[in-house]
Design a protein around this ligand. Structure first.
Ligand code: PMP
Length: 304
């Protein structure tokens, strides 16, 4: 767990973290009606860079569009998002890598279960970049909870209320002595973890569920697909059966707060002999490099 750094952007102002509070009667609180993204900022002395900031902003806009939050787009564009991120970093002056969480909260009070025309408040805060899963080999458990189908709460939208599903599954995994969960969809196909996407290596092929399997269209998933293709690795996006994980040569996960992290056990079965596999190790290195100094893809934005 990590606390927000002292200065927070909240509703067009920079305030102290304890002043950034939402009312008890807002839809954000009553219904989980808010959308968000978390992007990483790499700190190298006074140089701070954000990774794929434009993609994070675009996904925030898309999440609003899907949910029907229509009071964000008229007031925000990418330039404003970058300006706020730059000032947030300047105000907090982080000395090591951080994550930034940007949220669009529906702050209308008791409007009933409606969204169109409801007012919003935007927040952005910084916290220490502590990974949410072990980086040296994690143990996963298939969840007793199924992933919410896209036609119930859209997986493509990063909507706060949907994370109750992730909390149930992750807590169940932790209570059972595991590090995180594997969500299956209603048909039993592999989706993702509580807050990270999953990749499987079988022979020379890298396999991951395609975006129609009730997963988040994750920015790091897209990044890994690009990096793998550049490295000449055969990549397939398709349905993945749970039993394929049991017999995989390698399994690893990715996400902003997960990095690229190897899986060494699934449901009590060793994966990759319980060690790091060569493809996940290579992609982890490439991903770390991309996060810091990418001049090929245009993925890095200088904030200071
Ligand atoms: N799936 C879920 C459910 C998530 O919450 C996250 C974290 N944002 C991810 C996958 C990874 O997404 P990203 O690579 O965009 O951080």
């Amino acid at each position: 767990m990590a606390n927000p750094h002292p200065r927070v952007y909240f509703g067009d102002r920079f305030v102290d973290a304890e002043e950034a509070t939402l009312g008890v009667a807002t839809s954000a609180l009553l219904y989980g009606l808010s959308v968000y993204t978390v992007f990483p900022v790499h700190v190298d002395g006074t140089k701070r860079t954000a990774f794929r900031l434009r993609d994070h902003f675009d996904r925030l806009l898309e999440s609003c569009k899907i949910i029907g939050i229509d009071q964000f787009a008229p007031d925000w564009d990418y330039d404003k998002f970058v300006t706020v991120a730059k000032r947030l970093i300047a105000e907090n002056d982080p000395q090591s890598d951080v994550f930034v969480r940007a949220t669009v909260h529906v702050d209308a009070s008791i409007p009933g279960t409606r969204v169109r025309g409801c007012s919003v408040k935007v927040s952005m805060f910084v916290y220490d970049a502590v990974p949410i899963v072990p980086q040296d080999g994690m143990r996963l458990k298939t969840s007793v909870w199924r992933r919410i189908p896209d036609n119930a709460i859209p997986s493509r939208a990063k909507v706060n209320g949907a994370y109750v599903n992730s909390v149930l599954a992750k807590q169940d995994a932790i209570d059972s002595g595991y590090d995180d969960c594997i969500f299956l969809d209603v048909n039993g196909h592999v989706c993702e973890l509580s807050a990270a996407n999953i990749f499987v290596v079988r022979g020379d092929t890298l396999i991951t569920p395609d975006v129609s399997f009730d997963i988040l269209d994750s920015i790091n998933r897209r990044t890994l697909l690009t990096l793998a293709e550049e490295d000449g690795i055969r990549v397939v996006e398709r349905a993945v059966d749970l039993t394929e994980l049991y017999i995989a040569d390698e399994v690893f996960v990715t996400g902003t707060s997960a990095g690229v992290a190897p899986v060494t056990e699934v449901d009590g079965r060793l994966v990759s002999g319980g060690t790091h596999g060569p493809i996940s190790t290579a992609l982890r290195k490439r991903h770390t490099a991309a996060l810091r100094t990418d001049d090929v893809h245009g993925w890095v934005t200088t904030l200071s």
